[in-house]
Design a binder for this molecule. Structure first.
Ligand code: SF4
Length: 364
């Protein structure tokens, strides 16, 4: 469930997020509720309110939205309900409202514990606000995740160590760690094109990734997906559902659902989304029917992201005989880049930093 509003647009962000449309919040929430009411009742195992910055909405609007979700959809008894939040707009009242309506997991966009990096990233919070938000989140819901960004210009291993200490200090059970990328259409991409910014060296990038991986491991947070680490049992069940290709519903501007091979992408522009929903229309910008070939490619790409790899039987079921990829996979197993065990194929620690290259090499 997508809330596209942010306090400011971060210069590296290519998500469907916009700043400066506060006057639209109320209408958007009404449209979103309308779309939620059109969803099947469920029961749903997980709910994810993402953005954007959902906590930019007022406590009243958050309450209105969450109670409408609660009224309309059924949740399984062991449901997971995550809400993304940013330290710049996280306060006790918003967190309480969300928890009272059933949210039991917060995912916080911390990104760095260093104010100069936060400033570079265009974040509206500082390190002190991040600490306060984490304390607050930990006191209100049982599960909290924090996002970090590595690969920043000039970022040092010592700085990353200080970032990792956050997980110990707040006893967090989940980390999402992303590498800074320069996505087309972003301000950073334009600045890189003008030569004002540059990618860090590939070797340094790998060194940082392995360092973060081992640092989190020493805190009991193990890699279960390329960018995600958790204590046992604290994996994001919602994101695992995407990576294991389960069906998912969606609501909101730009949100994507996939049900029985039918992938629907909603209108990205929040104003157009509101108008379409108000007019009783479906607000869909794109409809795709996934082909066998597309499903197979997703199975490879998503499976290799997971620590427990891809199921060979599943690939066979999707029509990809092992005779096609066996010679290549065996060479990678021999080089210590892939492992094969109990009918699954996955990347070793050596192979993880070259995941993209390996995936392309094995794809049909
Ligand atoms: S807060 Fe998050 S969603 Fe919003 S602009 Fe920044 S990175 Fe994008």
């Amino acid at each position: 469930m997508h809330i596209p509003y942010c306090a400011a647009k971060c210069p590296y962000c290519d998500f469907n997020s916009i700043a400066g449309r506060d006057a639209e919040h109320q209408d958007y929430v009404e449209a979103l509720i309308c779309e939620v009411r059109r969803l099947p009742r469920g029961p749903y195992r997980t709910v994810f309110i993402g953005g954007g910055t959902p906590t930019l909405l007022s406590p009243g609007l958050l309450a209105r939205f969450c109670s409408a979700v609660r009224d309309h959809i059924d949740l399984t008894p062991d449901y997971e309900w995550t809400c993304e939040a940013n330290p710049g707009s996280a306060d006790a009242e918003r967190f309480q409202v969300l928890a009272e309506h059933g949210v039991n997991r917060f995912s916080l966009g911390i990104q760095s514990t260093h104010d100069h990096h936060l400033k570079f990233l265009g974040r509206v919070h500082d390190h002190r606000q991040a600490e306060v938000a984490l304390d607050l989140a930990r006191s209100i819901v049982p599960r909290v995740s924090a996002d970090l960004i590595m690969g920043l210009p000039g970022q040092t291993i010592a700085e990353l160590d200080a970032d990792l200490a956050l997980y110990r200090r707040h006893e967090l059970g989940h980390a999402s760690v992303y590498h800074l990328t320069y996505e087309p259409g972003t301000e950073f991409h334009a600045r890189r094109s003008r030569g004002e910014l540059a990618d860090i060296e590939a070797d340094e990038s790998r060194r940082q990734f392995i360092h973060v991986w081992e640092g989190l491991e020493s805190l009991g947070l193990n890699l279960y997906e390329t960018s995600n680490f958790s204590r046992k049992g604290e994996e994001s069940r919602h994101n695992l559902a995407y990576w294991t290709r389960r069906d998912y519903q969606a609501a909101g501007a730009g949100a994507v659902s996939t049900v029985e091979r039918k992938r629907l992408t909603r209108l990205k522009h929040s104003g157009q989304y509101i108008q379409a929903i108000r007019a009783g229309e479906p607000a869909i910008a794109k409809t795709e029917r996934l082909t066998d070939a597309e499903i197979l490619r997703e199975a490879w790409m998503l499976g290799l992201r997971l620590a427990n790899g891809v199921s060979i039987a599943e690939l066979e079921e999707l029509g990809d005989r092992s005779s096609r990829w066996r010679v290549r996979a065996d060479a990678l197993i021999g080089a210590g880049i892939l492992w094969e065990d109990t009918g699954r194929l996955g990347l070793t620690k050596t192979g993880r930093p070259v995941q993209d290259e390996v995936t392309i090499y094995l794809l049909p």
